[in-house]
Design a protein around this ligand. Structure first.
Ligand code: PLA
Length: 452
């Protein structure tokens, strides 16, 4: 401990000691002084005002706040199409059968303990997660050039990856699509990166602005980081075709742009885990480096277990080892080490061929139900003669439809029909059911014919 220059240490001179004693005398407090200064201190009890009194009420989160408002609504016909959370035809949250089986296995195993995991999480989970996203025959895995760390779902994986890049990558700018998931800019800014956007969605076609995307990435400074949605783009439901992905890959590699994939919906776009991972695997196949954040929230329905992984594909095994050592320095002061339960569920399912196959069937059933909701909603609007071209409802991919409804129209639907959705007009198709489609179609019909 550093000592005050006037404190009486054995090495100080007699004059220093005298000055020290004088200082202590002049600043001496009585017990009564100490008690009264405790009460005068702003953090103590008593009559003083709160040190937080100046705080303004923060707004609710644009996505999770929709659920807060929904929960407060007493209406029996209310419908939550805000957050991207899968619901059954009965409108109930779903725990997958394979997840129940895996949990039962875990509970029955009396040898299981609750010790801390390593900083990088559950080793088997990490290996299996890399295989799931990169492919079992991935050259990068074979050559040991991938490091995977368990993180707190997709969000945590993005945050850890972002902070790692901010500390160790030469370019600090990340380009995110316009629009994108609303949490992206916040995550990356707080991780220490500077956030810019690239054109992605064209409202006039309700499709991809591919030319704008190529122009913006082409104009990005050499080496910039680029956030790419692996599949089922949120909120637009618009994905590049494989041919377009190939062009994006070529352009990015020619400019040394660093791909950072966000894979929050693997299996939810096409119903196939491998098909949905193709864009990532194209980038791995060229031997270049990249990051990928994986989430098991949606595809295994493990939302609240917070289970995900960050993989960094490197050019060589020794680099991957050093990258991992640095990831540990990012994670340790953030949350020390990740939780054990969710990762164990995933590991049980991924390691067992039968459970894995069962999972793919359940996943496909969820994806198919969402696709059937698209068809039903489209048909319902057509049968009502609702003005406008609604084909984007069946063309868009994944959990969401980006309806094109504006904030005023959304507000009307919430007020008059108790339908809750984000103000950008995004609806979670996974929250719909055959029973609720007519109600939603009535609301959309009313709002577009009413000229809100
Ligand atoms: N990336 C994208 C593109 C997402 O849409 C989401 C979740 C995540 C990452 C993070 O998910 P995780 O941390 O739970 O794994 N988006 C949701 C939920 C489904 C949310 O906003 O938190 C959404 O409604 O947009």
């Amino acid at each position: 401990m550093k000592t005050n220059q006037f404190s009486s240490s054995s090495s100080s001179s007699p004059s220093d000691r005298r000055i020290g004693a004088l200082l202590r005398h002049l600043t001496a407090e009585t017990d009564a002084d100490r008690v009264s200064s405790v009460f005068a201190s702003p953090t103590s009890g008593g009559t003083g005002g709160s040190v937080f009194a100046h705080l303004v009420q923060a707004p609710e989160d644009p996505i999770l706040g929709v659920t807060v408002a929904y929960n407060k609504d007493p209406s029996p016909i209310k419908l939550n199409l805000g957050v991207g959370a899968y619901r059954t035809e009965e409108g109930k949250p779903l725990v997958l059968n394979v997840v129940r089986k895996a949990e039962q296995q875990l509970v029955n195993d009396r040898s299981r303990i609750k010790e801390y995991l390593p900083i990088v999480g559950l080793g088997e989970f990490n290996k299996l997660s890399a295989k799931l996203i990169l492919g079992a025959d991935s050259p990068a895995i074979r050559e040991n050039r991938v490091t995977t760390v368990e993180c707190l779902s997709g969000t945590g994986s993005l945050r850890v990856g972002g902070e790692f890049l901010a500390r160790h990558y030469h370019q600090k700018t990340i380009y995110i699509p316009q629009p994108t998931w609303g949490n992206h800019p916040k995550i990356f800014t707080l991780a220490g990166l500077s956030v810019k956007t690239y054109r992605y969605y064209d409202p006039s076609t309700r499709g991809l602005n591919f030319q704008g995307l190529l122009e913006d990435l082409g104009a990005a400074p050499q080496g910039s980081i680029v956030l790419l949605h692996a599949c089922a783009h949120n909120p637009t439901g618009v994905d590049p075709t494989l041919e377009q992905w190939e062009q994006i890959r070529k352009l990015m590699r020619s400019k040394g742009l660093m791909p950072f994939f966000d894979s929050a919906y693997q299996g939810f776009a096409s119903g196939s885990l491998d098909t949905d991972a193709k864009p990532i695997r194209m980038f791995v196949a060229d031997g270049g480096e990249l990051l990928v954040a994986q989430s098991y929230a949606k595809n295994m329905g493990l939302y609240g277990e917070r289970v995900g992984a960050l993989s960094i594909v490197c050019k060589a095994a020794d680099v991957a080892g050093r990258v991992e050592s640095q990831l540990k320095l990012v994670i340790r002061p953030m949350y020390s080490n990740p939780p054990i339960h969710g990762a164990s569920i995933v590991a049980v399912i991924l390691r067992d061929r039968n459970l894995f196959n069962e999972w793919t069937l359940e996943l496909k059933a969820m994806a198919d139900r969402i696709i059937s909701m698209r068809k039903q909603l489209f048909e319902a609007l057509r049968s009502r003669g609702t003005p406008g071209d609604w084909t984007h409802i069946i063309k868009q991919i994944g959990m969401f439809t980006f309806t094109g409804l504006n904030p005023a129209q959304v507000a009307f639907m919430t007020k008059e029909y108790h339908i809750y959705m984000t103000s950008d007009g995004r609806i979670s198709m996974a929250g719909l059911s055959s029973k609720t489609v007519p109600h939603l179609a009535d609301a959309i019909h009313a709002v577009v014919t009413k000229a809100v």
